[in-house]
Design a protein around this ligand. Structure first.
Ligand code: GLU
Length: 470
């Protein structure tokens, strides 16, 4: 059975040496979408073999980033380090198959070989071990590494779903070490053994691993295993087309959470970053799962576009279910170390959601629009709003409050009252709205006056107007 015909299994294989980079987040997302859209499995493997640089904190930060993005994985995350005995076992199996050999060359011998090659003008100094063709019966009892018997002639072809047919001259591939003299496996071996044992059918990862694919393919061949479908995706660049760095803005997935981008918007944006489905920009995760395919991945690096990210996030906030949005907003407050909502604030915010979620691109923007629902009396007006509360305006507010005491509290009943008050003072409704905004929210940019009045209710409205009228 060819790899492509098996049920799809993808994986994300981060090295836990830092935070979850936005590029890693996108790689995980592509793997998740590809598997989920095909009823397949999405697995997680922590590549923690570098004991010096791998930390539990980094692993936790990566898991946390994936959870925030909503990328759930199947089963337990696999620790690569814990599988080291299995890796060693495979290295020894290769010896048995005659596709690898023990090499007893010392560091000095290898250095001398290289120096001689360079002196002879070789363009690349691929070490050719004298032990390659020695019969195992003749092996000495000395420390050794296990090396692969790499093909010396011909070429290796990577049939990549994104990069196309990539040809590597075998002469450039050395007899790479798969097991070190201390018995620990090398990265190149561990990745292949793990992908094989985990049943991975599709390897979707950054194109910085394209060269590794040629060497990894050698391991598959040496063991007679099916080669997975390769898809090496171009990296993400900054808006200026240069390699993404902190200078461009946030590079950690967690930073986007802390800045208040909604996860659904982030997912949508990252899906579009380097992958296209016609002209569709805004879509749900269900649509993305249905549409995502390897053929839609572009070959050139995608550029991060913060405007587009904000635009898409705004659309997701506007389209979100109110209760779900409130829930996510509270998670944002925790992530951003901001003050949490009191029960009263949560209640008011949930009532205000319908009129604040439009046109907010991030949670901080949404909170700014919802300011009127989160504050308590006395309302402190900012400078611009305070300017609208002059003596005349305060007089108008004073004449308004008695009119609000009775009657039903709906836009239909409030509208004629406000229109009438404005007319009685010879001003347009716009002129009346400014002091009302100042009194109710202490801001100049707010939801509509009616929405604010309806959300905070009659008593609070009258109290705030009376406070402002003085
Ligand atoms: N651990 C590698 C990395 O973080 C990924 C290896 C792979 O996907 O094959 O770049």
């Amino acid at each position: 059975m060819s790899a492509a015909a098996k049920p799809v299994v993808t994986r994300f294989a981060p090295s836990p040496t830092g935070y979850l980079h936005i590029g890693g987040g996108r790689t995980a997302l592509f793997n998740w979408l590809y598997a989920r859209g095909r009823g397949g499995k999405f697995l997680l493997r922590i590549e923690d073999t570098d004991r010096e640089r791998s930390t539990p904190e980094a692993t936790e930060a990566i898991l946390q980033g994936l959870r925030w993005l909503g990328l759930d994985w199947d089963g337990e995350a696999v620790s690569q380090f814990e599988r080291k005995d299995r890796h060693a076992e495979v290295a020894h199996q290769m010896l048995g198959r005659g596709t690898a050999y023990k090499c007893f060359s010392t560091q000095e011998e290898i250095a001398a070989y290289r120096a001689a090659q360079e002196a002879a003008g070789a363009s690349y100094a691929v070490f050719q071990s004298p032990w390659r063709d020695v019969a195992p019966a003749d092996y000495p009892d000395l420390p050794y590494v296990i090396r692969m018997k790499a093909p010396r002639d011909g070429e290796t072809v990577i049939d990549d779903q994104v990069q196309g047919r990539v040809v590597i001259q075998n002469a450039t591939l050395d007899d790479m070490i798969v097991l070190r003299s201390d018995g620990t496996p090398t990265y190149m071996l561990a990745v292949v053994v793990d992908d094989h044992d985990m049943g991975v059918t599709h390897v979707i990862r950054g194109d910085d691993h394209l060269n590794n694919a040629a060497r990894q393919q050698m391991v598959y061949d040496a063991m007679g295993w099916d080669i997975p479908v390769w898809a090496h995706i171009p990296l993400i660049h900054g808006p200026d087309g240069k390699k993404l760095s902190k200078r461009h803005g946030a590079t950690a997935v967690g930073d986007y959470q802390a800045q208040g981008y909604p996860a659904a918007g982030m997912r949508n944006y990252l899906t579009r970053l380097g992958w296209a489905h016609g002209n569709d920009e805004f879509f749900t995760s269900a649509q993305a799962m249905e549409w995502f395919d390897l053929g839609g991945i572009g070959r050139s690096p995608a550029r991060l576009d913060f405007k587009k990210l904000e635009n898409i996030c705004g659309q997701h906030i506007a389209a979100a279910d109110d209760a779900a949005l409130l829930h996510e907003l509270e998670a944002y407050l925790v992530a951003a170390h901001r003050d949490l909502l009191t029960d009263a604030q949560r209640d008011l915010l949930s009532r205000a959601m319908y009129c604040v979620k439009d046109r907010a691109k991030t949670f901080p923007e949404l909170l700014e629009k919802a300011h009127f629902a989160l504050i308590s009396r006395p309302v402190v007006a900012d400078e611009a709003a305070a300017a609208a509360l002059d003596t005349v305006s305060r007089g108008i507010l004073k004449s308004l409050t008695p009119r609000l005491q009775t009657g039903s509290w709906t836009k239909e009943t409030l509208e004629p009252i406000l229109t009438e008050i404005a007319a009685a003072h010879g001003i347009g409704f716009g002129k009346l709205a400014a002091p009302l905004r100042a009194a109710l929210a202490g801001r100049t940019a707010t939801p509509s006056v009616y929405d604010m009045m309806l959300v905070i209710g009659r008593d609070e409205t009258i109290a705030r107007l009376e406070d402002a009228a003085g």
